[in-house]
Design a binder for this molecule. Structure first.
Ligand SMILES: [Fe+2]
Ligand SMILES: [Fe+2]
Length: 168
């Protein structure tokens, strides 16, 4: 193996965190489908797919470095929510938590003298800035809605966000 064991273990943990994010956002998407908010649901399905990509990207890196990938069982994601705003707020909380995890990995790669991982994880540091910003924007939009009717009006805007993200 070409990277320190400690770093490999921490990255493997992150693979599991990313799959949990996939699981969490998928549960949120289903909850939104139940509320008949199809564009919001699509946004969360898209976000879930991105989390799976993150898990795969970190897994590929571990394998390239001669480390193993070990998947753990996932805990049950929250399935019942009282409002759309609650869902988006929880997503934002989640993204902030992941940002903290990524910064920990960066600090660990530095303290373990592992320049390859330090360089690799730079991608994820930048990615998290984007993710937090896009969830923050969705929260700002969502907060403008005070009625069910407003939420349905927002669906068009959220649909456009999904379409814009797809080309990117
Ligand atoms: Fe992620
Ligand atoms: Fe994320």
């Amino acid at each position: 193996m070409m990277i320190p064991q400690k770093v490999a273990d921490r990255l493997n943990e992150q693979v599991n965190h990313e799959y949990f994010a996939f699981w969490t956002y998928t549960a949120m998407a289903y909850a939104l489908e139940s509320m008949d908010l199809k564009a919001y649901a699509k946004w969360f399905f898209m976000q879930a797919a991105e989390e799976k990509e993150h898990a795969e990207k970190i897994s590929d890196y571990l394998l390239d470095q001669g480390a193993k990938v070990t998947l753990k069982s996932l805990s049950e994601p929250q399935a019942n929510f009282t409002s759309v705003q609650e869902i988006v707020e929880k997503a934002l909380e989640h993204e902030k938590k992941v940002t903290g995890q990524v910064h920990e990995i960066l600090a660990l790669s530095r303290s373990e003298n592992d320049p390859a991982t330090e360089n690799f994880i730079g991608w994820k540091v930048a990615e998290q800035v984007e993710e937090v910003a896009s969830v923050e924007y969705l929260l700002t939009l969502t907060k403008t809605a005070s009625t069910q009717r407003d939420l349905f009006m927002l669906e068009g805007k959220v649909g456009k966000l999904v379409a814009a993200q797809k080309g990117h």
